[in-house]
Design a protein around this ligand. Structure first.
Ligand code: 9MR
Length: 386
């Protein structure tokens, strides 16, 4: 059974453009102007201090955007979400393909789309071991720390400066810690991250400066550390907690900690997410769920998940959202793309899939319904959490 969801989308998109979301603040108030379509939109049910976002690949989805004739995907993105994250468009290989070449074309298209749809933009990402262009990989073989610093400073100042005033949160440093199962255990990625490698003698000094450069280029953006397997209280998040304290003590303009939230039903759910968020919030940081998806191991011969798997997926998405709602420092909750046809999961995890909150025809899955219900319960109407 499918609800008549798609027919509501256009009306919800239109309402999102005209409704001043912050005018209704009383608890339990349902804004009189909200139609059924508005009540079916995540962005309209979220607290006014919580952005609800999705990753989107601007190059593939938004280059042809015409506000007068949006594609169905573009309508859903605008109707449901108050925030967008470039899934790939602001990564080094996309935006800085050659030493003296910056290509902002697809990221600019994404920012223009977000503006037209009254959405905020999460910047992603400035310092990462992955998706670096060949010229970085090649040059870094002989980098001194000063060389690496010069390249990184130019990149951060140029990219953050280009989008100054357009980005509310930046993932400055992404996945900079190894995992417990990596050789050497949980420690900064001084082997695989070319910048940390060149500055392995004092990688924290590089991180502090990376945050400083970003802050100088856009003082209004909140600057995040971001990682996977960083939901609960564990060895990796312990390392982040120590690093955050060290960076703050050194005066770094660190503003947030992001747990990506890439979950799989092959593993259990760590219920310490809220406790983890609370300890980072106690340092004065914002927290966020930045890349939520819940992939399902699909049984051989089956075309889709079992009802039990579907229900468990909904519980996991909802549990992450609940942890965020329960911590007022949680400023954004972002799902990592939709629908399943756009998900990164099948290409990387053979046998797993069905990871997003919308079906390929954009009808809502139980995970979507659970999230919508939680947003409503937490803040009936559009009232704030605090
Ligand atoms: O979803 C992204 C996919 O399209 C890219 O091919 C991939 C390349 O590494 O990166 C994916 O996004 C990642 C994100 O940037 C950082 N956290 C993990 C995400 C999933 O791999």
């Amino acid at each position: 059974m499918r609800r008549p969801f798609r027919s509501l989308i256009v009306a919800a998109a239109a309402a999102a453009l005209v409704l001043p979301l912050c005018t209704v603040t009383a608890a339990n108030a349902t804004p009189p102007g909200l139609s059924d379509a508005d009540r079916s939109a995540l962005r309209n049910q979220a607290p006014i201090d919580l952005a609800v976002g999705s990753a989107v690949w601007g190059r593939q989805q938004l280059m042809d955007y015409d506000p007068g004739a949006p594609t169905e995907y573009q309508q859903v993105l605008g109707a449901q979400f108050s925030s967008v994250t470039p899934e790939n468009d602001m990564k080094w290989d996309a935006i800085h393909p050659a030493p003296d070449v910056y290509d902002f074309s697809s990221a600019d298209a994404l920012v223009a789309y977000a503006r037209a749809n009254h959405q905020q933009v999460r910047g992603h990402t400035l310092l990462w071991h992955s998706q670096n262009p060949a010229w970085v990989t090649e040059a870094s073989a002989t980098w001194t720390c000063d060389d690496a610093r010069a390249v990184l400073e130019d990149h951060i100042r140029t990219v953050v400066g280009h989008f100054k005033g357009e980005i509310y949160e930046w993932d400055v440093a992404n996945e900079i810690f190894q995992d417990t199962w990596d050789a050497g255990g949980v420690r900064l990625r001084t082997d695989r991250n070319p910048f940390l490698k060149a500055c392995a003698d004092d990688p924290v000094a590089l991180l502090v400066d990376a945050f400083r450069w970003a802050h100088e280029a856009d003082p209004d953006a909140v600057l995040f550390l971001n990682d996977y397997n960083a939901e609960g209280v564990n060895a990796k998040t312990d390392a982040y907690y120590s690093l955050a304290q060290e960076m703050l003590a050194a005066g770094a303009p660190l503003g947030g900690f992001g747990a990506q939230g890439h979950l799989s039903l092959l593993y259990g759910f760590d219920t310490s997410l809220q406790a983890n968020f609370e300890r980072f919030a106690a340092l004065g940081l914002q927290v966020a769920v930045t890349e939520a998806d819940v992939r399902i191991p699909l049984l051989e011969g089956e075309t889709g998940p079992t009802p039990r798997q579907v229900a468990t997926q909904a519980e996991r998405y909802d549990a992450m959202l609940q942890a965020c709602l329960n911590v007022t420092a949680c400023s954004s909750f972002t799902v990592w793309g939709f629908p399943d046809a756009n998900s990164w999961v099948p290409g990387v995890f053979p046998g797993e899939g069905w990871a997003t909150i919308l079906e390929d025809d954009y009808s809502p899955k139980p995970a979507f319904d659970a999230m919508l219900a939680s947003l409503r319960d937490a803040t009936p109407g559009v009232s704030p959490r605090r």
